[in-house]
Design a protein around this ligand. Structure first.
Ligand SMILES: Cc1ncc(COP(=O)(O)O)c(C=O)c1O
Length: 384
């Protein structure tokens, strides 16, 4: 690494998170969702996730699945998107499990291929998945006489169901759409994602769960509603007969992701001089500034102006416009060139400050930023 700007990922924390989730929620299959470069953490982490107890992985596209396969030859990987039937040979060779998303997708399959498949059910979100129970039955029956092994069936919840009836309705829809087949013959039945896992009681017929954001350290604990909000909520629950939910859980998770850099140079700015593009910041007094080599091309959000970075354990404000490659920070006399900078190490706080979800913040850090992995005090640098 020549430019000392990088993301640091603590693999030991990720392992502990998974152990903690497994202690609290009992399933046979824990499917680690590692799409979008493992939520920005990088594919390198997959072996740590497996060590922590993940026994299946899932990613969006075939490209993503094949990148993950390079990291581990054994772990089953589910492709969540529809794969063009031209690429089934690759799936067969690389042990990628396909998702059968609809009848057209099924009709295009070569039933002689030795691959595993999961059927996707559309339980209300109107993205991928079957909505018709007769079609599901047709696929189920036809797969029995084929080389394709029906290993799983799943759906994705469009809402958390904490404030609406869609979660309960989705479970009912899933039951209805799968009512003509025997779910007990399908090894992996997986419905929940992070938030629905921790806020609702276990779905009795589910054998697996897809762990995304929770695995990366976001416990999803929430404040219990109070006062008027609580009264409104209880009325709503009663009216729609919504199943019980929990706002808090016993998970003790930590985030494992932080962004670091080093001061490239410092300089003095006189009262009345401006800093950066558009002259958006004018010094109200003589100040000292630091130039730090990270910018919006690295994924630093343009709205980060006025947020702070940490240098020698003290917070200093970012001033002026965020550039493509550089940011400017107002410092004091104690700070000098080559001092280390933490751009952020509290993802939840930074996401909140930027009014973004943690998903958006993590996946917006670009591949220009090398990832450095810490595992048992050993550091490994990867450039994606
Ligand atoms: C189909 C599917 N399952 C699971 C997940 C994981 O979601 P979460 O990170 O909320 O657990 C995603 C993420 O978007 C998804 O698209």
């Amino acid at each position: 690494m020549y430019r000392k700007t990088y993301a640091l990922i603590d693999c030991d924390i990720l392992k502990e998170n998974i152990k903690n989730i497994k202690d609290n929620y009992k399933y046979k299959y824990y499917i680690g969702v590692v799409k979008a470069n493992a939520y920005g953490h990088g594919d390198y982490i997959v072996n740590s996730l497996i060590e922590g107890g993940i026994n299946y992985l899932a990613a969006s596209s075939l490209e993503e699945c094949l990148n993950i396969r390079k990291r581990n030859k054994e772990i089953p990987i589910l492709c969540l998107e529809k794969i063009d039937s031209d690429y089934l040979d690759i799936c067969e060779k690389e042990n990628i499990t396909i998702t059968i998303t609809d009848m057209k997708c099924f009709k295009e399959l070569d039933l002689n291929k030795n691959i595993k498949a999961h059927i996707k059910i559309d339980s209300g979100m109107n993205r991928l998945g079957f909505k018709d129970k007769n079609e599901v039955k047709e696929v189920y029956d036809n797969l029995k006489n084929s080389n394709i092994k029906l290993e799983g069936i799943y759906t994705h919840f469009g809402t958390s169901g904490m404030w609406d009836k869609h979660y309960d309705e989705a479970i009912e829809k899933f039951k209805e759409i799968t009512s003509l087949i025997d779910l007990n013959t399908i090894p992996i039945v997986h419905l929940s994602r992070s938030l629905t896992l921790v806020t609702h009681p276990k779905i009795d017929f589910a054998t697996g769960v897809r762990l995304g954001i929770v695995m990366y350290g976001f416990d999803q604990n929430m404040k219990e509603p109070e006062g008027l909000r609580l009264i409104k909520r209880n009325r709503y629950l009663k009216k729609y007969n919504i199943s019980p939910i929990s706002y808090t859980n016993n998970l003790k998770l930590k985030t494992a992701f932080s962004i670091h850099s080093t001061i490239m140079c410092t300089k003095y700015v006189k009262k009345g001089e401006y800093v950066g593009y558009g002259a958006k910041y004018t010094a109200k007094e003589d100040i000292k500034i630091a130039i730090i080599p990270i910018g919006f091309a690295d994924g630093i959000n343009k709205n980060s102006s006025n947020l702070t970075v940490k240098i020698n354990n003290k917070e200093y404000p970012i001033i002026g416009e965020i550039g493509m490659d550089m940011i400017t920070v107002k410092i004091d006399e104690s700070i000098k060139t080559k001092d280390k900078v933490i751009i952020f190490d509290d993802v939840k706080k930074r996401a909140k400050e930027l009014n973004l979800s943690a998903y958006c913040l993590l996946t917006s850090i670009t591949n220009r930023v090398p990832r450095v992995y810490k595992e048992k005090e050993k550091y490994t640098e990867i450039k994606y």
